[in-house]
Design a protein around this ligand. Structure first.
Ligand SMILES: Nc1nc2c(ncn2[C@@H]2O[C@H](COP(=O)(O)OP(=O)(O)O)[C@@H](O)[C@H]2O)c(=O)[nH]1
Ligand SMILES: [Mg+2]
Length: 369
């Protein structure tokens, strides 16, 4: 029996087994086995060459644009970036990955038009797996939906989920420490709904014989398995609703209702028209926010503050992270820094390496000569 059939068989068995306390451990093992077999299949597929999707990471962050054919991905990419992505009023115009660079707030944000997510699967062309590997490296997913087809969200979400991309989820708080003997022991900071025995079954199935497992949240079986497997990507997402130029104002409530049905807060979705270039500023802002990027203006000795080309780091980053970003081996030479702006108690506050910075801080690094 081939891997695919084995996977199918296990999926069928899971679907046919009613979930209750007495079957929980069994289902746990099945799901665990399923995860393993899928991983194996993925490795087989990706080792078979093909490639062609080796889009390198460039710039300060990478955003993957996913959506059905003809929702307007190429049009948007062309409107937002320097890219020249082929557009057309018919389907399947783009079967590769098209990168473009969006300049915003002094940052270089790489935008990837990833058409193959649905086209590849639907047409048999392209290589779904390879396309997915591009999405997996992204810092943010933008779901692009047609204003009349909000339900497309479901399919896109599932396609990503199937391929181990978890959008808008934090990694499960499951930690595993292997040890030399004494079998498996489970500790949990919450009163777990699933049995300890089930947790152990899942772990044993993934090859853990001696290990301490700590579960720090109420996990269901799928989250537990996610926590045990280390090939899941956790990526934030936003939703862009395109072709908003085609609707009348009184249709908006209908769209909002569809969004809510998919657990998308209408206030957080961005309505745009890629073609008429409307709503694009809001979209850029949302992308910026969701990426958690911040600008640091460097005060360079003798040259003043550089407001033109800020150093781009992430929310929560420290002076140390900026040093690493600009290079120049501050390891031994760093003495202290002076910071003005939102993170400082007062202008020119003297701070150390681990001071946490905020957007638009002005920073001067004082180093040994
Ligand atoms: N009315 C309208 N048409 C659009 C908009 N964006 C794209 N289109 C059209 O939709 C078609 C498909 O666009 P394209 O960018 O190729 O979609 P892709 O397959 O997702 O890359 C083209 O005919 C575009 O002109 C929009 O905001 N409003
Ligand atoms: Mg296209």
């Amino acid at each position: 029996m081939g891997l695919e059939e084995e996977i199918e068989e296990i999926e069928e068995e899971i679907a046919e087994t009613p979930y209750n306390k007495s079957t929980e451990a069994h289902i746990g093992r099945l799901k665990s086995k399923l995860a393993q077999k899928k991983e194996k299949l993925e490795q087989q597929d990706s080792s078979g060459g093909g490639g062609g999707y080796a889009v390198e990471k460039h710039g300060d962050a990478t955003v993957a644009l996913v959506g059905f054919p003809s929702v307007g991905k190429s049009t948007l990419l062309n409107a937002l970036t320097n890219a020249d992505s082929e557009t057309g009023a018919y389907e399947f115009t783009t079967l590769d990955v098209y990168p473009g660079m969006l300049k915003y707030n002094g940052a270089n944000i790489q935008l990837l038009d990833v058409p193959g997510l649905i086209e590849g699967a639907a047409s048999g062309k392209g290589d779904g797996q390879a396309v997915l590997s591009v999405v997996r490296t992204a810092d943010l997913v933008v779901f692009m939906l047609d204003v009349f087809e909000i339900d497309q969200y479901q399919r896109l979400y599932e396609e990503l989920y199937k391929n181990n991309v978890r959008v808008d989820q934090d990694p499960p708080r499951v930690s595993i420490r292997r040890k030399g003997k004494d079998g498996l022991s489970v500790t949990s900071s919450v009163d777990l709904d699933i049995d300890e025995g089930t947790v152990k079954e899942v772990l044993r199935d993934q090859g853990f014989i001696n290990a301490d497992v700590t579960v720090g949240e109420q996990v269901d079986l799928d989250r537990l398995i996610d926590g045990v497997m280390d090939n899941r990507e956790y990526i934030p997402s936003i939703v862009a609703v395109n072709k908003a130029d085609l609707i009348e104002p009184d249709y908006i409530e209908t769209v909002n209702e569809s969004l809510r049905e998919h657990d998308i807060d209408p206030d957080e979705a961005v309505f745009i028209s890629a073609e008429e270039q409307k709503g694009l500023e809001s979209l850029k802002e949302e992308i910026w926010d969701a990426l958690g990027l911040i600008r640091i203006y460097m005060d360079k000795p003798g040259r003043g503050v550089d407001y033109e080309e800020p150093v781009i780091v992430r929310r929560g980053d420290t002076v140390d992270d900026v040093c690493r970003e600009i290079g120049g081996r501050f390891d031994e030479r760093f003495r202290f820094a002076r910071v003005s702006g939102a993170s400082a108690k007062h202008d020119d506050q003297q701070v150390g390496r681990d001071h946490e910075l905020a957007d638009e801080d002005v920073l001067r690094i004082v180093a040994e000569k």
